[in-house]
Design a protein around this ligand. Structure first.
Ligand code: PMP
Length: 361
């Protein structure tokens, strides 16, 4: 059976090579007559998987030794509270850049532990852009500055990190663009992402955290909620999401084979360009995100009416393009084209868009 062009925002498309490797590994991993889903997390074969996944991750993103690489569960939504619970002292302030629904959720959780200063927000225009540097008002002495590198729902993306005041570390929810381009990890104190868009299946969350921060939690917390617990035990304090860790490792290796992060960025730029060019080619479509803020991962757009949007999604589905309906808070369409999405799918969608506009414009 051939595979559908899957534009789902997440869980999302995975590399075919990885899926085929996983198919075989589910049956038998490492010639043991035991599948990857069935191996104990305390056994040698799985311990090797964790070590290899971490090593590939470090190689791919150039992560130095003074950072811990953790494989946790609970999704990025758990990091919304785990980060401030571990690192934002009572009464202290963290700055948050609010660029969408996920940033808003992160703010709400941080407020449980300390003060939140919204250093910028784009809510007034339904998060159709990234704030300009001169719009950001940092607080006096924030503990950290949190941003959402790619706004999955709105289709906007930071082209580079915001610059916080000197001495303030960045915290980032990179769920929907992690490892889609080169990254300088040393600018971050904490970087986290649910795997299910660019780096693996749902159920495992990647957390990269500076070791000195891990070693000084600001309050007493349940064991499972402490970064230190997982850092000390190499993500094996309890039964980890073992299959997710395995698959993430395979995706990291695949990404390295694509030329690493520089190679994947080049491909991502080409793919997104095909769709943004298709939007620019006719006045029939409009993009939700403003120029200069447009995401390479989620392309959000609409036709002249909600009726035509619904027609577009239905016709696209019939033509073999899945997952294009936009999020209800934006409407229209959203084409999610993460690392594993093939350029051929973008080219095919662009051609479908052209035909649809000619028929209904
Ligand atoms: N942050 C962003 C940017 C997201 O896109 C999502 C999920 N779509 C989340 C956080 C929430 O992630 P999870 O479902 O893994 O908790």
């Amino acid at each position: 059976m051939s595979r559908t062009f899957n534009f789902s925002a997440g869980p999302a498309i995975l590399p075919e090579e990885v899926l085929r490797e996983a198919q075989a590994a589910i049956w038998d991993f490492d010639g043991a007559g035991i599948g990857i889903l069935e191996h104990s997390h305390r056994g040698g074969p799985f311990e090797k998987v964790v070590q290899q996944t971490e090593a590939s991750c470090r190689k791919l993103a150039g992560i130095p030794d003074d950072y811990a690489v953790l494989f946790l569960s609970g999704g990025a939504s758990t990091q919304f509270f785990m980060l401030p619970a571990n690192l934002l002292p009572d009464g202290a302030t963290a700055d948050y850049l609010v660029t969408g629904a996920w940033s808003e959720k992160a703010v709400a959780e941080a407020k449980r532990y300390g003060r939140v200063h919204e250093a910028a927000t784009t809510a007034a225009t339904n998060h159709d852009r990234i704030p300009r540097a001169n719009e950001i008002r940092w607080s006096e002495r924030p503990v950290y500055a949190h941003f959402t590198s790619n706004n999955t729902i709105f289709g906007t993306q930071w082209t580079s990190e915001p610059t916080p005041p000197a001495g303030v570390w960045l915290a980032c929810d990179a769920s929907s663009d992690i490892f889609s381009r080169p990254i300088d990890v040393t600018r971050y104190g904490v970087l986290y992402a649910g795997a299910q868009k660019n780096i693996g299946p749902a159920g495992v969350t990647l957390v990269i955290v500076r070791r000195d921060l891990v070693e000084r939690p600001v309050r007493d917390l349940p064991t499972m909620l402490r970064y230190g617990t997982h850092a000390k035990e190499g993500s094996l304090y309890n039964t980890p999401p073992s299959f997710g860790i395995y698959l993430m490792g395979r995706v990291f290796e695949w990404t390295l084979r694509q030329g690493g992060l520089a190679g994947i960025e080049k491909k991502n730029r080409e793919k997104a360009q095909v769709l943004y060019d298709a939007l620019a080619a006719t006045s029939f479509y409009s993009a939700h995100a403003g120029e200069g803020s447009r995401s390479l991962m989620n392309v959000t757009f609409r036709t002249p009416s909600a009726e035509l949007d619904a027609k577009f999604v239905k016709a696209a589905e019939a033509a073999g393009f899945a997952g294009l309906k936009g999020h209800r808070s934006v409407g229209g369409m959203r084409a999610s084209i993460y690392n594993a999405f093939p350029k051929a799918g973008c080219v095919a969608l662009a051609s479908f868009m052209q035909d649809f506009a000619a028929k209904h414009g």
